[in-house]
Design a protein around this ligand. Sequence first.
Ligand SMILES: [Zn+2]
Ligand SMILES: [Zn+2]
Length: 90
Amino acid sequence: MTLQDEIAETEAKLAALKQRAATATCAEAGHRWKSVGGANAGCELGDECDCSVAVRECEVCGVCDYGESDRPKVHEYCRKRHDALSSETI
Ligand SMILES: [Zn+2]
Ligand SMILES: [Zn+2]
């Protein structure tokens, strides 16, 4: 096999892989998230809270992630900030 043959074969394989990636399901390739804005984080502090989490949507299948992965972190930060504020005012 010549080097040229090898290159041609590799290129064909690459093209096939790219084709597969383009048509792969999210389960296979993972969601392709795009940011579609933010949502209220819904902390337990209610009105005193103005936290927001990033909302992401998958470009391929349209599934939404309403900041589920960010939420615990945001809540933690919110509680700490609230504690700091309330200890200042006492
Ligand atoms: Zn998806
Ligand atoms: Zn909050």
